[in-house]
Ligand binder design. Structure first.
Ligand SMILES: [Zn+2]
Length: 69
């Protein structure tokens, strides 16, 4: 469940768009250590619409610490 506005997808690393890295802190996500934020559909001003798959760390305190650092 999305609790805050996701960062713009254009700022995302490829790994973040694929759900391999946290959308907030960019940490690599091990299996079972991340939460699915739900499939996102993007319609760019130019080009075709596409999907991306944001995930975030389960450990929000650690995540926030990494984001701040
Ligand atoms: Zn994180």
């Amino acid at each position: 469940m999305v609790t805050r506005q996701l960062p713009p997808v254009r700022d995302m690393l490829d790994q973040q768009q694929r759900g391999w890295a946290c959308v907030w802190c960019r940490a690599w996500l091990a299996l079972g250590s991340s939460a699915d934020l739900g499939q996102q559909r993007v319609v760019p001003e130019t080009g075709a619409a596409y999907l991306w798959f944001p995930r975030e760390c389960l450990d929000k305190a650690e995540c926030a610490r990494r984001t701040a650092g």
